[in-house]
Design a protein around this ligand. Structure first.
Ligand SMILES: [Zn+2]
Length: 675
């Protein structure tokens, strides 16, 4: 679970197939590196062969399962885009919008001859700003079409009244991925800051400043963002939803931060009759209020220009796109070269028009039986979890009753939505890519704004069926698992065996997500999705005494160079991983594949389960990407999401004959069991 707004993955395999000839094509057996012992490094044992055969492409920050699945989905979405671009489609139809959007992205001659011409008007409007009111007018416009300057802003479910939509304002407005990037003193961080200032200067030259002015503006922008970053809470300090919930009358917000012209911002955004707002971090806005007055207006105008151009750079000419790529992908994530144009444009079309592409994807590509299988696995995890709650040694009886009620009321949205969003108001044409990009952003923004004052639609999905990811939303008490999560390499048209599906989907998806509804975050939201702590105080004390062992386990891992995993920051996700892998295993034990002791590709059901879990996190990443993740993400890097949780299960050691003295060994006393 991430705090919303804040932070900005074919039961055909039956006995008769379980023969040695399956080994070659089996995604588990064929990935094993037999030069590595499972007791030395299970992650490399399980995935090492694949890593050796598949180096990280220069255009990627990592290579692994996600890329394999994404390649399959990309090829399908590419078909949808290309066929749509060739057809004579009725004006306003889904296919017309998809086709024209894709066409303008592929038309590199036109993109490059236009340069920033389509942003000229926006940049002139910024130049014409003469006061703080003007800044907020442009601020609201840029929020709608390009980026999020000044602060984070959105309309979403009120944490305390989950049936109501509310306006949220929270810390943000930075160009680097996290506030720590502005202050860390390690060599990597110092280099990133140097390169960032160089990047800013180049972007200002692209905007049409001479060299001197560009260099001056870059230095000033770095100074300005550093002062904004200073007032941001550290990421680990934003995990508590109660501390991020500061509801106040709109009038009070205006009084306390008079230099921020909120009325102009809300008018520009289309929010009318605003009575209350929920502020994430009041001290951040107080600091912004001062910085607005104390910083020259010209510096703020540069700030807005940069955020506008950078926010839209993926829709712009090659020069602008590459400058943004060089910093944000190369320097920050170690990616060596941009993806081929078709791939980028397919991803951009999907990113902007995913709702339209999803409808075609479900009709033409999603394997039959997906929805039913996902529901089977989800419900099995639910019943395993119910048994485990009843047996917990740290949760009181009174709390267990509330937990069971909350568990029973979890909404499981799987596969694809029952109804699609209406994008008829969105205009997409063949003249300008950035115009299409701006229009799509604007549509999304207006869709969000229109929720204000309307009851929450609990049937809404925030992810598309072709998006390989999943989420738990505490305000709806729901788990959402898009259809493509059923895909496993080697099983693109049918369903994989249950060991794979129960580890990847049961363990790392449903099992992981479901624990979030009941952990130190989930206890703050009740069965109806309202912010209300339903744990007894004694539960909380006992839970936190257990979490110390997780913090200790993961803080002990060195992720890259001398950089340790931040056990404190990642504990919530690590606890979910450990609970998830255990519940996926319990659910798998109830399947016929497990009970019948089937060997597939020479592997026992237990071995397939744990190897499947390692496949779920088969990611080989560049050191830059690992470093970036450790600093800015509450999830542990992929390798540790495998070698951490497996060692908390005695069944894992038994399955691979791992004994005391082996590097992977963890003694019974050091094993974590929370769920
Ligand atoms: Zn999670």
């Amino acid at each position: 679970m991430t705090l919303r707004f804040l932070l900005g993955f074919f039961a055909i395999l039956i006995n008769s197939f379980a023969s040695a000839q399956m080994t070659a094509g089996d995604p588990l057996a064929s990935h094993i590196d037999h030069a590595v012992k499972p007791g030395d490094d299970f992650f490399l044992y399980a995935n090492g062969r694949w890593f050796k055969d598949h180096p990280i492409p220069a255009s990627e920050q990592s290579n692994g399962l996600w890329q394999l699945i994404q390649d399959t989905i990309n090829a399908q979405v590419r078909d949808v885009c290309e066929s749509s671009a060739l057809q004579g489609n009725a004006r306003g139809s889904n296919r017309q919008k998809i086709g024209d959007f894709f066409f303008t992205g592929m038309d590199s001659a036109s993109l490059n001859s236009r340069g920033l011409a389509d942003l000229k008007h926006d940049l002139e409007r910024i130049d014409a700003v003469t006061d703080l009111k003007g800044l907020m007018e442009m601020g609201s416009y840029i929020h709608a079409v390009a980026a999020s300057p000044f602060f984070g802003f959105g309309v979403g479910q009120d944490d305390r009244i989950s049936s109501k939509n509310a306006v949220f304002i929270f810390q943000g407005g930075l160009s680097l991925p996290d506030r720590n990037y502005y202050f860390d003193t390690d060599a990597r961080a110092v280099k990133v800051r140097e390169k960032f200032v160089e990047h800013l200067a180049k972007m200002f030259e692209i905007i049409d400043y001479d060299k001197d002015r560009a260099a001056r503006s870059a230095g000033n922008l770095m100074k300005l963002e550093t002062s904004i970053a200073k007032s941001c809470r550290k990421r680990e300090d934003t995990r508590d939803p109660l501390k991020n919930y500061n509801k106040m009358p709109f009038s009070q917000l205006r009084e306390k931060t008079p230099n921020i012209d909120w009325q102009t911002f809300m008018d520009g955004s289309g929010i009318h009759n605003l009575d209350t707002v929920i502020v994430g971090q009041p001290e951040f806005l107080a600091a912004l209020n001062s910085t607005l007055a104390s910083t020259p207006l010209d510096d703020w105008k540069d700030y807005l220009k940069y955020h506008l151009v950078r926010g839209l750079s993926r829709f712009l000419d090659d020069k602008t796109y590459l400058e943004s790529f060089n910093f944000y992908s190369k320097t920050l994530r170690g990616v060596q070269e941009p993806k081929p144009r078709w791939k980028r444009v397919v991803e951009q079309t999907d990113g902007s028009l995913g709702e339209l592409i999803g409808q075609v994807y479900v009709a033409e590509y999603l394997p039959k039986g997906t929805k039913e299988k996902l529901l089977e696995i989800g419900n099995s995890i639910r019943s395993v979890f119910a048994e485990r709650i009843k047996g917990l040694d740290w949760m009181s009886e009174a709390t267990k009753q509330k937990a069971l009620k909350k568990l029973a009321s979890i909404i499981m949205k799987v596969g694809y939505p029952d109804k699609w969003k209406d994008l008829s108001a969105l205009q997409i044409g063949r003249s300008s890519f950035v115009e299409n990009g701006r229009n799509a952003n604007r549509w999304g923004f207006d869709y969000m704004i229109a929720k204000y004052g309307r009851p929450v639609d609990r049937t809404e999905w925030s992810m598309q069926p072709q998006h390989y990811d999943a989420y738990y939303n505490p305000s709806n008490n729901e788990i959402v698992v898009p259809g493509c999560n059923i895909l496993v390499p080697g099983y693109e048209r049918t369903l994989a065996d249950d060991a794979l599906l129960y580890s990847i989907i049961g363990g790392s998806t449903f099992g992981h997500e479901i624990t979030h509804g009941f952990d130190d975050q989930g206890c703050k939201y009740n069965a109806e999705g309202n912010l209300e702590n339903w744990w007894e105080p004694s539960d909380s004390a006992k839970f936190f005494s257990k979490t110390r062992s997780v913090v200790k386990q993961f803080s002990g891992y060195v992720a890259v160079d001398t950089l340790h995993i931040n056990g404190e920051l990642t504990q919530g996700e690590n606890i979910a991983d450990i609970g998830g892998i255990m519940m996926g295993y319990e659910a798998f034990k109830r399947t016929s594949q497990f009970r019948d002791r089937q060997l597939i590709a020479g592997l026992s059901p237990e071995q397939r389960y744990f190897l499947g879990y390692a496949l779920a996190w088969m990611v080989n990443e560049r050191p830059e990407a690992t470093a970036n993740q450790v600093k800015s993400n509450e999830h542990s890097p992929p390798k540790f999401r495998v070698i951490g949780p497996v060692t908390d299960m005695p069944e894992f050691f038994e399955a691979f004959g791992i004994k005391e003295g082996d590097p992977m060994w963890r003694s019974a006393a050091d094993r974590v069991k929370i769920w």
